[in-house]
Design a protein around this ligand. Structure first.
Ligand code: 5BU
Length: 468
């Protein structure tokens, strides 16, 4: 079967339909693609999987397994697996709540490559969700094959993540074929074309703009208008450090001791004030004194996540009165923009800053794909207060926004509760983040000063190597 015939068959079985449709995202569209119907036509399903396997031959990286994006592509991957005798993996949409809690079913070794199989791509976020699940168990992904690319940003989005998308056909080609065979009229063709151009998702950072000149921390400080980022980049420049320590300790004495010792090596100290068992307001006074003496900022990792009115009270009041002393706080974007608005009402007048949690370091976390994209948008629309992200990589090119990454150790690995570690070199050098956040790697070290110096050096060296 040739491609034209395949397109006509998909149209005939109503896998591609034209009219007025409201998509999952709420957008009105003149075209609807639902390839789930293919499972009711086994011969067509085999044809589609043959095409997908042909496209797989263009894959740049090597792979030992294939994995379909749940659910529609699962049977397609199965057909390929059986016909080509290539082992398959299955990604669970939710990890099982019992038994082995596996995210990925099937047999694999860490470092194995896997090819992604998908039916339709729009922004690429479903492919990315599956890639992230595979990556979280150590499987590498370099290529994905898709039957139909709706041309709404998936290629760029995946390219940004170093994944090449190979499509069998693009939506613009599908409409040309259907027009040629008299299945749709020219009006519909132009409607779909307009729809494609007007509904293109932008990748977090366009790969086409690379390589960009990497600015120094000093240059970024100059560009910043928010006093906190202006100061932060200045400190990073002057102290030659992109290290934030996470002082997750239970007594005021321990926290203060650690910060006194490693103060010269950090640009910021991160606290979880509610971990401390003997909290008293005097502690905050001393914390501020040490921060001033050693020239670092204070970040309370409170992760606000409620409606605007509640976060406003949580930020300004209660035992800890966080807004009185923390230069920086962070928030989840899950409640919507109200969370930023509420915090802003308290923080703006005090020149405080907020980071939005766009991604997390923990295994199986849900801050991925469209959630991350929406969080970036929320930050970009509130730059008077939101100064950057907690993320696992650089998400946008604006040099006045800062990216801070937790889950860092000198060696990759995991803890027993789902924390996943990347190295300073990976985080700063390869993923383009600005700051490493290190907790146990320092506070549980035998010699905390030596450990802090090692992280400071590793993080700063990775940054220096990026500079022209
Ligand atoms: P660790 O000891 O280096 O694993 O501590 C990491 C710190 O960063 C800890 O305080 C976490 O609460 C915090 N963290 C994180 O690990 N991952 C995340 O995605 C976010 C915060 Br958000």
């Amino acid at each position: 079967m040739d491609l034209e015939k395949l397109i006509l068959e998909l149209f005939a079985v109503e896998g591609i339909k034209f009219g007025n449709y409201t998509l999952k995202s709420g957008i009105e569209a003149p075209v609807y693609v639902d390839l789930r119907v293919v499972i009711s036509y086994p011969k067509l399903m085999v044809e589609v999987s043959n095409f997908l396997w042909e496209a797989a031959k263009k894959a740049k990286g090597s792979f030992k397994t294939i994995c379909g994006v749940p659910y529609t592509a699962l049977p397609l991957a199965t057909c390929i697996s059986v016909k080509e005798n290539i082992p398959m993996l299955i990604r669970r949409k939710e990890a099982k709540g019992y038994g082995t809690k596996k995210l990925i079913e099937g047999i694999f070794n860490e470092g194995d490559g896997c090819l992604i199989i998908e039916d339709v791509c729009t922004s690429g976020s479903s492919v990315l969700d599956t890639v992230q699940a595979l990556n979280s168990v150590g499987i590498a992904v370099t290529d994905a094959v898709v039957l139909l690319d709706r041309e709404q940003g998936a290629v760029d989005m995946l390219k940004y993540e170093n994944i090449t998308l190979h499509s069998i056909c693009k939506l613009s080609h599908v409409i040309e074929v259907l027009e040629k065979h008299g299945k749709i009229d020219s009006d519909m063709v132009s409607k779909v074309k307009t729809f494609i151009t007007e509904n293109r998702f932008k990748p977090p950072s366009s790969i086409d703009q690379l390589p960009k000149k990497v600015l120094t921390y000093g240059e970024r400080s100059e560009l910043c208008t928010h006093p906190v980022t202006k100061e932060l980049f200045k400190i990073m420049h002057e102290k030659e450090t992109n290290l934030v320590v996470s002082a997750d300790l239970k007594t005021t004495k321990e926290v203060l001791q650690v910060l006194k010792k490693i103060g010269p090596h950090i640009c910021m100290a991160k606290t979880h004030i509610d971990i401390i068992e003997d909290y008293n307001p005097e502690f905050v006074t001393q914390l501020c004194e040490i921060a001033k003496k050693h020239n670092f900022l204070l970040f309370e990792d409170r992760k606000f996540a409620d409606i605007g009115n509640t976060v406003k009270l949580q930020y300004s009041s209660g035992l800890y009165r966080i807004s009185d002393w923390a230069h920086v706080i962070n928030a989840h974007s899950v409640p919507g923009e109200g969370v930023v608005k509420g915090l802003k009402e308290v923080g703006l007048v005090k020149d405080r800053a907020c980071l939005l949690i766009a991604e997390m370091s923990s295994l199986g976390n849900l801050a991925t794909g469209d959630y991350t994209v929406a969080t970036i948008k929320m930050a970009e629309e509130n730059k008077d207060f939101v100064v950057g992200f907690i993320s696992q990589k650089k998400l946008c090119d604006d040099p006045t926004l800062v990216h801070m990454t937790p889950g860092v150790k000198l060696e990759c690995g995991k803890d027993s509760l789902g924390q996943q570690y990347l190295t300073p070199d990976e985080v700063i050098g390869r993923r383009g983040s600005d700051i490493i956040i290190v907790g146990r790697g320092i506070v549980q070290a035998h010699d905390i000063v030596k450990a802090a110096k090692a992280y400071q050096q590793a993080g700063y060296l990775a940054y220096q190597q990026l500079l022209p």
